[in-house]
Design a protein around this ligand. Structure first.
Ligand SMILES: Nc1ncnc2c1ncn2[C@@H]1O[C@H](COP(=O)(O)OP(=O)(O)OP(=O)(O)O)[C@@H](O)[C@H]1O
Ligand SMILES: [Mg+2]
Length: 499
């Protein structure tokens, strides 16, 4: 079969990092082709080169047999290459429709934007994604999941030959993922070639025809999905077989550590009460929008709570802001690392100490040695791939940004650590490192509350699981008795277990 897109000998160097080293990739028309590799393997860099964001230092790109080069994303788009970036690039203040057609707004002969056409065109694209969203709505009002779908709608709005999706499902629910997959299969059936980047092996095996694996910026292999296994792919990605996926659970749970009593997320919502014990991982499952994040933020002090009490070691706490939360030893790793978690244009070391300045400041001055020691400890413990600790966080790969965020909260040496989607966008190896690290904390007596939309992660990590539905805790299950189906039933309101 002739190639639709072929990249050969692609090399790209950033200061201190050889991101791609003589990489090869071939995409056929009508094919869904996964690109896999650990965090920092070079996947996003390769996709940015194919879509005109970066220029390669060496190598060539053939599109339908003809040599092409793009000096801007616009040029790539004109030639039929569309990309959905890993990090959201939407503009919250503009309407949904304006975000779908940035720089391509329909204009009348007088140079005025034809809003009627804009909104109806946008409406059509949204409908194809089964999205029930008003194109006139400011984008910032939408949930992260819907913002991500708008990002996908943006890529679909131009007729493309090659569609690149860089971890498009990290914020989507299972239903939304299904809708997306149906759409991608339809596009592929019409001859579009799709490059699909994901760390989720189940998705890749469900969706794709072939898989190309990168490791440390090098091309490893391209295989037919049907002729390989997840284990083989993991081995190609990490260069070794992976040990047991989840660390062993707590053999013994300690005394009550954190008690939450009658906490309401709004005046009308039912009250939530639960207890977290020393040495325990308490999982919180539930659909997107079920109140998991709101509950966590209320405990930590990031949001106001309506009544209720938070008790630590038997002492009632007065928490009005995250500073109070941190002072009492409660850490909260937010789900959105870009908006709420990290200072992207600041160095790794500054991000790691941001929640814990007292550790590195003495006599009013930052102690450079302590600062360096703290950052270097976590870079090595979490195996963060970076040339040095002075690197700006935005220059790290997505997964390594997530690890930096984890380090920031480990640095406060919390008594209670609440983690919200702690392994989003993190590769299989690093995911397992973060899991082992959370478990290590519990063996030191820390209580961990883990919110996750990935049911296997909830089941694999938790000692006990709370399931939320519409703003309150609808059930509690012991991990040893929990099943995915059981949790989904409670999460979708089909079964209420009274507390
Ligand atoms: N703009 C940049 N400046 C400097 N280094 C960069 C830049 N972009 C990427 N890198 C580096 O290039 C390497 C490859 O990064 P890339 O983002 O392509 O990885 P990835 O495979 O997409 O990882 P992830 O799964 O974490 O998203 C990393 O070491 C990263 O730190
Ligand atoms: Mg990436």
């Amino acid at each position: 079969m002739p190639s639709l897109l072929e990249a050969t000998g692609i090399t790209k160097e950033f200061p201190g990092t050889l991101a791609l080293d003589n990489v090869h990739l071939e995409l056929r028309p009508g094919e869904i082709h996964a690109v896999m590799g650990e965090n920092g393997a070079g996947k996003s860099t390769l996709m940015k080169i194919l879509s005109g964001v970066h220029q390669p230092d060496a190598g060539e790109i053939l599109l339908e047999g003809k040599r092409v080069s793009f000096s801007t994303p616009r040029e790539a788009l004109t030639m039929g290459i569309s990309i959905v970036h890993q990090e959201l690039s939407v503009v919250p203040a503009l309407t949904v429709a304006e975000n779908i057609y940035p720089g391509r707004l329909p204009i009348n002969p007088l140079g005025m934007v034809r809003y009627g056409k804009l909104f109806s065109d946008a409406g059509e694209v949204l409908t194809s994604l089964d999205m029930n969203v008003d194109p006139r709505e400011p984008l910032g009002n939408l949930s992260i999941a819907n913002q991500q779908l708008v990002e996908i709608a943006k890529a679909l709005s131009s007729k493309c030959k090659v569609l690149i999706l860089d971890e498009p499902t990290s914020a989507l629910t299972e239903r939304e993922v299904e809708i997306l997959f149906t759409l991608l299969r339809k596009l592929a059936a019409n001859g579009v070639g799709i490059l699909y980047i994901s760390h989720k092996l189940d998705e890749v095996f469900k969706l794709t025809n072939r898989i190309t694996v990168l490791r440390d910026g090098k091309y490893i292999n391209t295989v037919d999905t049907a002729a390989t296994t997840p284990d083989d792919v993991v081995r190609m990605m990490v260069g070794r077989p992976l040990e047991a996926l989840y660390p062993p659970k707590a053999s013994e749970i300690g005394e009550a550590l954190l008690q939450v009593r009658d906490l309401r997320l709004s005046a009308q919502a039912p009250a939530n009460s639960f207890t977290l014990h020393r040495g325990e991982v308490l999982g919180i499952a539930g659909l997107i929008g079920s109140g998991r994040t709101e509950l966590a933020r209320a405990i930590f002090g990031a949001d106001r709570k309506v009544g209720g009490e938070v008790i630590l070691h038997g002492q009632s706490l007065s928490i009005h802001s995250p500073i109070d939360g941190i002072r009492y030893g409660i850490g909260y790793l937010p789900e959105d690392r870009k908006a709420a978690g990290l200072f992207l244009s600041m160095a790794i070391k500054l991000n790691m100490e941001a929640a814990n300045l007292k550790e590195v400041v003495s006599g009013g001055f930052v102690n450079g040695g302590k600062e360096r020691a703290l950052a270097e400890k976590y870079v090595s413990q979490l195996d963060i791939s970076t040339p040095n600790i002075d690197q700006e966080v935005r220059r790290l790969s997505g997964g390594n940004q997530q690890k930096t965020l984890v380090a920031k909260w480990l640095a406060i040496q919390p008594k209670v650590l609440i983690v919200d989607e702690p392994t989003r966008g993190v590769d299989v190896g690093a995911k397992s490192e973060i899991h082992h690290l959370l478990r290590l904390l519990t063996t030191q007596g820390v209580g961990v509350i883990m919110i996750s939309s990935e049911l296997p992660e909830v089941l694999g990590m938790s000692d006990r699981i709370l399931v939320m539905h519409e703003g309150s805790i609808a059930g509690e299950v012991r991990a040893s008795e929990a099943t995915e189906e059981g949790i989904i039933r409670i999460a979708s309101g089909q079964q209420i277990i009274p507390q």
